[in-house]
Design a protein around this ligand. Sequence first.
Ligand code: PMT
Length: 399
Amino acid sequence: MLTGKKIVLGVTGGIAVYKAVDLVSKLRKQGAEVRVVMTEHAQQFVTPLTFKEISGNQVAVSMWNANQEFNVEHIALADWADLFLVAPATANIIAKMAYGIADDLLSTTLLAAHSPIIVCPAMNTHMYENPATQENIAKLQSRGVVVMPPASGVLACGAVGAGRLPEPAGIVNFVKDFFAKAEGDMRGLKVLVTAAGTREPIDPVRYVGNRSSGKMGYSIAQAAAERGAEVTLVSGPSALVPPPNVKVVNVETTQEMMDACLAVYDNCDIVIKAAAVADYRPHDVAAQKIKKKTDDALTVVMDKNPDILKALGERKTKQFLVGFAAETQNLIDNAKEKIAKKNLDMIVANDVTMQGAGFGSETNIVKLIFPDGSIKELPQMAKSAVAEELLNTVMRLKK
Ligand code: PMT
């Protein structure tokens, strides 16, 4: 997937520089051509010769090198790149990028870059969490720089927390996903997404519903459309503005959602059911508003609704079928049971009691669970980032 891609790798001074050597090797094995730019501090950890041998290209280290490969090195490298990757990226280079400081070859080349830029921060946890670093990262993101979150664990300095450079294989996957998305990897695919909650009427003014805002499902629909898919979004009532380039089918009840899904299902390649669906509906829907009575209690008898996802699982042919599991206890066991019962290819499990997860929030905390029992745990992320990661995983597994 990286065949012919030209990647400039900026290497800055941190202990994780040793991982960048393996990263170059892995990028080349995927077919990329890599040119390395090292800061002076990075050369304290690994020599340019190592990167020269592993990349098969001269390594750029200084603005003032008389033997440099190109005439105006920083401009030539910036023009050459399909992608500029900075790994490991210290707090220092992130700050310089945020403020447009150009005081060495790497920072100057970054300022001249007009290709996409991916930054992989790697530093001590406190440095990473420092508001100065976080503000600088946010500033870069607001300008379109893509930031790969660091891994967590025991760091070289002994601290425990976020700040570790992800493993080279993970960075290569991140780069591949980036190009896939940029090139519209879902073009030609028909995707059905459900979102928001269904409502079951009790009388003309009341209903049984739930707290789903639609944010999770709308984010997935938007991400899939941006990657070129033909998206149908079947949505329960939601205050959100539907994403552009998506066909929206508005529904209210579970039965309406079922009918809308079945109408398009057979032609779909990927189905993602993020909607929170009412399992029960009132047996009788009053024709008039129910009046307050003298009794203290009102009993509403409920009938079971169809399980839409189970029905889709039963008639699955080519579809890659993804369910969600909103749980308040026994997250993994309950989610695994749903994979089997509904014939799913993957389930996205969220413990909706956690702060920053589930209904209404801007972020979610999910575990992707697969039929073989394996689990991919994601940290707390914006729902838009969860959507991207979910689609990356689907696209990898679908092949
Ligand atoms: O909309 P947000 O505010 O952003 O909130 C997101 C969310 C919490 C709604 C979302 O992340 C989520 O968890 N959605 C699934 C909610 C749900 O109904 O979970 P469940 O465990 O009850 O159902 C399991 C799966 O079966 C779901 O994919 C559901 O769509 C589907 N289902 C459930 C019942 C039913 N009768 N028919 C179904 O298709």
